[in-house]
Design a protein around this ligand. Sequence first.
Ligand code: ZN
Length: 364
Amino acid sequence: MSLEIWSNLKLSLLGRIVAIKMNVLPRMLFLFQTLQIVDKMDCFKRWQKDISKFVWQGKKPRIKFKILTDAKEIGGFALPDLKLYYESAAFCWLKEWLLLENTDILDLEGFNNVFGWHAYLWYDKVKAHKAFRNHIVRKALFNVWLRYKDLLENKTPRWLSPMEAKALKKLNMEVKWPKYWEILEQDGDRLKLQSFEKLKNKVRDWLHYYQIMEAFKLDRKNGFQVERSKLETELLEPKTKNLSRMYNLLLKWNTQDETVKSAMIKWAQDIGHNIMFADWEQLWTTGMKFTACNALRENVMKMIYRWYITPVKLAKIYHLPDNKCWKCKETEGTFFHLWWTCPKIKAFWEMIYNELKRYLNIPS
Ligand SMILES: [Zn+2]
């Protein structure tokens, strides 16, 4: 990777992250969008290691990788996660299998399919037709789908077409497959399959209708997705920006656990009261916009993520007997003490405060 040239430049932490975004990401995206054949996920770990090395300049990382990749709006650094980009690109391809509209692509990618696409995606037919996964692109895409299927659709999806799933595969089949959201109707507080009368134009005959009914009864056990799912609103419906929408969606799944909030919790413990997540978010959406200066912003972020090593940490790492604050030499040198409660630092902040007041002509 050409990162070696870049690493000789003197860039800040944020600068190095931007360098990844502008330099590495576009090239990888081109690859991901044209070739969906990454079989072993190990290579992502390797690439990520190289990137990490570059971002931290070979030193030990001081901020968790997940926090680095998280969205800026919730306090992340928006470092691209290549694996997630790869998977998002896969979903842009999978979109055709879910929508069933582009028959050219479907015929090409599914030339030797035995069942309908939805039979593979939802009804586990891969077990019955193993050759489905012998196809290099299909296998890679299908693996991505399996990884996220349950997260994205935990009930029977609205876009699922039992008609297509049950259809025998022929070339250039009809374009318009009826989806569940078009063939179900509300019956009191539950959903039922529309009557044969209503579906007459969508099914071949009575027998076909009963086949669909059988599928419906099975799917009912899983429950039906009533509202539009995120997969629909972010991937299936929009005509543009599918890749970035999908990336943001997968990113949310990937970072929703503790990660970002761990810094928030530590601060809450220090100041002795809860921090509402909404306030934390506001800090990043509006609070951080007070300056366009990158160096200043980087300082603030390092501060919030407790980037700096304290006497307490040093004492722990090197088994030192002394973990007292460097300034007052009395209290334990915790992060909070060093920056906020130390008497020396308090006097310092007060000095700055008074100076500012004097400059800005604010009467005391
Ligand atoms: Zn002190």
